[in-house]
Design a protein around this ligand. Structure first.
Ligand code: NAP
Ligand code: MG
Length: 402
């Protein structure tokens, strides 16, 4: 069989633990036999990040900016315990945070749906994609806890020397205080990434804040989205998709009553909480995909889950594991499809679709990893380990490709 050719390389970011093992299996069994894969490889596994003083992460993100499309394996974010486990020189920052800062992007998360795993919300028929603003607000706030009566003020001194000041509150006893901010440039990037992604995926975009209460802060988010939308409005109209703003209270009510099939853009905290709720309601973390989209149109595809450490330790002890590779496979298909679209490579786009279809058909037949067996309803399931699942997908894919 002739392999599918590629013109531009994908930026490939390898990772850690169980997902590093899945990575190898997916490439060997599901991609390399069919595609003359071109990648620029960066090893973001923790040992290599430590050896290069994390320069490899920065280089990978810069390559992502240069080529446009990357696929990333889950990586360890070091904590105290990892310091000794890997004899690290430093507690390196989260690679995802480093890459996000360089690309200035927004993370979009969407579940992979299958018939036999029913969402908790019975009206949901299509995926709901959450777009979470990833800068500022309470995540970059400063806080104070006071012990005596007094007055709290919010004060800004401009470079020009001009001062603006408002009283927060006269306090007659102990209190807690918080000062938070966001940057206009970051809100604009967030808005642009959202409009771009809505166009890419041909889905409506919803954006919600609490601007009735937070008239200045959330009001600025609403206003900036409206301004940025002007540059996309014609394309939205052409594609028959819609941008609409609503209060967060109204949004949650509408989301629960909806059929799904749209993007819900949320401020940082709302996105943090709502993405956990929506993903749990759809079923399983192992079926959640994630893509980082920059305002200038760079894409980094990955699984939403981590390195599945508990399974990895079992694997190291020689025990069998049944880790679900779906989200990692879909990271690859997402990246291959996007590369194909950018290069006008129809064969590559078609292959991405066939591989996804082969995965879904394998699951419909009940062949699935144990995490999904627990969730599946109304079908006879055959629990398999990771290698067994990948082999079943491979057989199905070979049939499709002929
Ligand atoms: P995790 O790797 O997402 O795993 C948490 C649990 O969820 C697993 O123990 C497993 O449950 C279940 N699970 C997740 N993915 C699964 C899959 N594909 N198949 C089957 N079950 C799956 O989260 P974590 O254990 O909190 O974090 C592990 C490491 O990943 C940490 O070092 C963290 O820094 C890193 N992390 C990286 C990213 C990223 O790179 N994007 C994201 C999150 C976390 P059972 O054990 O019950 O089967
Ligand atoms: Mg959360």
């Amino acid at each position: 069989m002739e392999k599918i050719q590629m013109t531009t390389p994908l930026v490939e970011m390898d990772g850690d633990e169980m997902t590093r093992i899945l990575w190898r299996m997916i490439k060997d069994e599901l991609i390399l036999p069919f595609v003359a894969l071109k990648t620029e490889y960066y090893d973001l596994g923790l040992p290599e990040r430590d050896r290069t003083a994390d320069a490899v992460t920065v280089a990978a993100a810069e390559a992502n900016k240069r080529y446009g499309v990357a696929v990333k394996c889950a990586t360890i974010t070091p904590n105290v315990q990892r310091m000794s486990e890997y004899s690290l020189h430093q507690m390196w920052k989260s690679p995802n945070a480093t890459i996000r800062a360089i690309l200035d992007g927004t993370v979009f998360r969407a579940p992979i749906l299958i018939d036999c795993v029913k969402p908790v919300v019975r009206t949901w028929e299509k995926p709901i994609t959450i777009a979470r603003h990833a800068y500022g607000d309470v995540y970059k706030a400063v806080e104070l806890r006071t012990t005596e009566p007094g007055v709290a003020t919010l004060r800004f001194q401009g470079q020009s020397g001009q001062v603006s000041e408002v009283e927060v509150q006269q306090l007659n006893g102990p209190a807690v205080l918080q000062g938070m901010h966001n940057r206009e440039s970051s809100i604009r990037s967030f808005a642009r990434s959202c409009f771009q992604y809505a166009i890419d995926t041909r889905q409506d975009l919803w954006f919600s804040t609490k601007d009735t209460i937070s008239k200045v802060y959330d009001g600025a988010f609403k206003e900036i989205f409206e301004q940025e939308y002007q540059a996309y409005a014609a394309q939205f109209a052409q594609l028959g998709i819609e941008y609409f703003y609503t209060l967060i209270d109204d949004a949650v009510a509408r989301v629960i009553r909806s059929k799904g099939g749209f993007i819900w853009a949320c401020k940082n905290y709302d996105g943090d909480v709502m993405s956990d709720m929506v993903s749990t309601a759809f079923g399983s973390l192992a079926m959640m995909t994630s893509v980082l989209v920059s305002p200038d149109g760079c894409y980094e595809y990955e699984a939403a889950h981590g390195t599945v450490t508990r399974h990895y330790y079992r694997h190291l002890r020689g025990e069998e594991t049944s880790t679900n590779p779906m989200a990692t496979i879909f990271a690859w298909t997402g990246a291959l499809r996007k590369r194909g679209e950018l290069d006008g490579n129809e064969a590559l786009c078609a292959f991405a679709g066939q591989l996804e279809q082969a995965c879904l058909e394998t699951l419909q037949r009940g062949v699935m990893t144990r995490d999904l067996c627990h969730l599946a309803e109304g079908i006879e399931t055959t629990p398999v380990n990771t290698a067994g699942f990948i082999a079943a997908v491979r057989a199905c894919l070979e049939q499709k490709i002929g």
